[in-house]
Write a protein of this length. Structure first.
Length: 199
């Protein structure tokens, strides 16, 4: 039997194109969904990697902060130890300086001059004493000016006093100690008695 298709030719083509369009639309939707899924997965992967990296950096920062705190503590301890060392060295130097000061004062003291007190603050020495005449005080100032250990003597005050019915001249002068620590130690060794043993 011969079968005759009575549908219009154009309608058949239109339906075929419609089916193709629908299939292309489905494939496009599937491809778009796949692309979106892959994009989201990639972004999530990168975000997770960055989060892990940030976590590692945070741990490293915490560790570095702890090390910095330890270093700061060590620096403070070192500074404290250096300060203590400087204090000890200063005490040793001052101990030697006192010997030098007394020895040098006794060497530069002219006859007729008697000392009442010697005070030292840093490198400045204040001397109070009594002299028979003003000339003896002037001699002492000149002696101190030519000393190897002292410099810049300055007569602060001189006044007349009656001591044991005798007229005396009370004076106050200042002088600077110019000896470095090494020379002070050498001088302290020189003024030791001959029978003493080195420390």
């Amino acid at each position: 039997m011969i079968r005759v298709n009575l549908l219009p030719h154009r309608q058949i083509k239109r339906e075929a194109r419609q089916r193709e369009f629908n299939m292309m639309a489905v494939f496009t939707a599937i491809a778009a969904a796949a692309i979106v899924f892959l994009g989201l997965a990639y972004i999530d992967n990168r975000t997770q990697a960055q989060s892990n990296r940030n976590a590692r950096l945070d741990k490293a920062i915490v560790k570095l902060d702890a090390e910095i705190a330890d270093i700061k503590t060590l620096k403070e301890q070192i500074a404290l130890m250096l300060e203590r060392k400087q204090v000890v060295e200063s005490l040793q130097t001052n101990r030697s300086q006192s010997v030098v000061v007394l020895d040098e004062m006794s060497r530069q003291l002219p006859e007729g001059v008697y000392l009442k007190s010697i005070k030292q603050q840093g490198n400045l020495i204040t001397v109070e004493g009594i002299a028979d005449t003003n000339a003896r005080v002037a001699t002492m100032v000149r002696n101190l000016a030519s000393s190897n250990w002292m410099e810049s003597p300055n007569l602060v005050e001189i006044k007349s006093e009656i001591i044991n019915t005798l007229k005396q001249n009370a004076f106050t002068l200042t002088v600077k100690l110019k000896a470095p620590s090494v020379q002070v130690e050498e001088a302290s060794d020189k003024v030791k008695p001959k029978g003493s043993k080195p420390s």
